[in-house]
Design a protein around this ligand. Structure first.
Ligand code: COA
Length: 162
């Protein structure tokens, strides 16, 4: 049976940290869906379609990776797709409690999928989408934080939004 994993997140915008996790998930599972999802506590700078497009641009060489957008419950989506895993990147201890809570809630809602945490590369330990947004909105250089092919689009989008 095909082993499908879902990588959910806000991806506002996708960073080298996310790409590392997606690439490693693609090596572990038969198929991976990167799912642009809604975190009710966040007000994204990029539209869901723009975020999905940016992810598609940086994952085009990963043949078993697809990108989708969802505004519902993650557990329902995972169940409907019959995915066996939810893959998340774990950075510092600060991520742990929040991720632990979400993993437990998702298991209560749908017990047949495991949340799998991949430990982030040390160079991405302190990287976040909000840091990228902040640097780019002041015209700073984000090329060490996001894949090269989307640097311009992100910088232009965030400078415009100011
Ligand atoms: N490297 C670098 N940064 C990383 C990273 C990595 N490997 N993994 C995560 N991050 C960063 C992200 O960029 C993000 O940064 P930001 O806060 O500055 O924007 C931050 O860590 C948190 O990312 P993530 O863990 O993906 O959380 P999220 O808030 O983006 O996404 C959802 C959370 C969308 C997955 C969650 O809210 C959800 O499942 N929503 C659907 C609705 C639902 O089912 N809700 C109930 C859940 S129990």
């Amino acid at each position: 049976m095909e082993r499908l994993a879902v990588c959910p997140g806000t991806f506002d915008p996708v960073t080298l940290g996310h790409l590392d996790i997606i690439t490693r998930a693609a090596a572990l599972f038969d198929r991976v869906i990167v799912l642009v999802s809604v975190n009710v506590d966040k007000r994204p700078s990029f539209s869901a379609e723009e975020r999905a497009d940016l992810i598609k641009a940086v994952t085009k060489n990963l043949k078993n990776v697809e990108v989708e957008i969802m505004d519902g419950l993650l557990a329902e989506y995972v169940k409907e797709k019959k995915a066996c895993a939810i893959v998340k990147g774990l950075r510092a201890t600060t991520d742990f409690e929040y991720e632990f809570q979400m993993a437990l809630a998702n298991r209560k809602l749908y017990a047949d999928a495991e949340t799998v945490f991949l430990v982030t590369k040390s160079e991405n330990m302190y990287l976040s989408s909000s840091m990228v947004r902040q640097i780019a909105s002041f015209g700073g250089d984000i090329s060490s934080f996001v894949p090269e092919e989307i640097v311009e689009r992100i910088s232009a989008g965030l400078l415009e939004g100011k």
